[in-house]
Design a protein around this ligand. Structure first.
Ligand SMILES: [Zn+2]
Length: 330
């Protein structure tokens, strides 16, 4: 049934072979292709000043969509599935008043969704999970209840540079050994679905025969609620240089997904999305996740979802958008 959806994902992937960076000719070509599909679906194509693409029908207070740009050497489904599925849903919904949107430059910002000059009443984004939870649960679809908050910063450890050959072990002040203990504490601190990562270390002087004098460790901490994020930051004991509060999915789009998928599991998205930007701007927003295979690998050509799961996702998106646009099929 969604053969066409998968064919269209192949067509998009053929542009640049999985590399469609923001505001490049490849992203432009993907938008051109999607604009044609929007017209075929009976939508009126418009673009805003920053290049976001809309296929509109009627009042269009309800939007569905995602992005068409990718990371370098990205996968076939990230972003593209959300746009193609929304076009498919719009076509199936006949004359329901809604808009399909393809945002610009999600992977490098998000930039496009941050620069909207007009906002809808409701936004619904279908996206692949990009993680292993649905695969582990044996569920094809999940309802996102929140996008995790993030706190980022760094912690510096001071030691004393000395000769690796002549300084006795019990006389060293080794900053990297302290940092190593910290990395383990960060790992321990993330409990109950929270995530915490040290992804970058700067070691000074950084020579094989010198005891490290100074190490700076990055920290990326994420949690589903503001309280959990605060507790995580306190447990790790670092000063965030940047913080993004968790954002709850809410309102009619979330209710529509729950009505359509009463048994689907709830998930928290660890990744940010255009949906995060719209929700933060005050739009009632929800997200539908489609199971990722291969252990949830994403931002990679190994990204996979099954045809059956894509079918189910398109059906659920269609039903939920239909409810939101108040033209539910009886
Ligand atoms: Zn994406």
């Amino acid at each position: 049934m969604s053969v066409r959806v998968l064919q269209r994902l192949d067509e998009l992937y053929a542009i640049g072979g999985g590399t469609r960076l923001a505001y490049t000719p490849e992203e432009d070509a993907a938008h051109e292709l999607a604009a044609g599909w929007m017209r075929e679906a009976g939508l009126e194509v418009v673009r805003d000043d920053v290049g976001n693409l809309f296929g509109r029908r009627g009042a269009a207070r309800v939007w569905g969509g995602s992005h068409l740009d990718t990371v370098p050497n990205g996968g076939k489904f990230d972003g593209a599935l959300g746009v193609v599925a929304a076009i498919e849903a719009a076509e199936r919904l006949g004359d329901a008043p809604l808009a399909v949107v393809a945002f610009r430059a999600e992977e490098s910002g998000p930039m496009g969704s941050r620069r909207l000059t007009e906002l809808p009443d409701s936004f619904l984004e279908l996206h692949i999970e990009q993680g292993p939870m649905l695969e582990r649960l044996g569920e094809p679809l999940g309802i996102v209840t929140a996008i995790a908050g993030q706190a980022r910063g760094s912690v510096t450890f001071e030691g004393r540079a000395s000769h690796a050959g002549t300084t006795p072990m019990d006389e060293r002040a080794d900053a990297l050994v302290e940092a190593a203990a910290f990395v383990l504490r960060v790992r321990e601190a993330a409990q109950g679905g929270a995530r915490a990562t040290v992804g970058a270390l700067e070691v000074e002087p950084g020579a094989v025969n010198v005891v490290p004098a100074r190490v700076t460790a990055s920290v990326d901490a994420r949690a589903a609620t503001a309280e959990q994020l605060e507790a995580l930051v306190e447990t790790i004991d670092f000063e965030p240089a940047w913080r993004q509060d968790p954002i709850a999915m809410s309102g009619p789009p979330l209710e529509a997904l729950r009505a359509v998928l009463p048994n689907a599991p709830d998930l928290v998205s660890g990744a940010g999305h255009d949906a995060m930007v719209l929700a933060a701007a005050g739009v009632a927003t929800a997200m539908l996740f489609v199971r990722s295979l291969n252990g949830g690998v994403s931002h990679s050509p190994e990204e996979r979802s099954s045809k059956r799961d894509v079918d189910l996702g398109v059906e659920a998106l269609t039903a939920a958008l239909g409810r939101l646009a108040a033209v539910v099929d009886e």
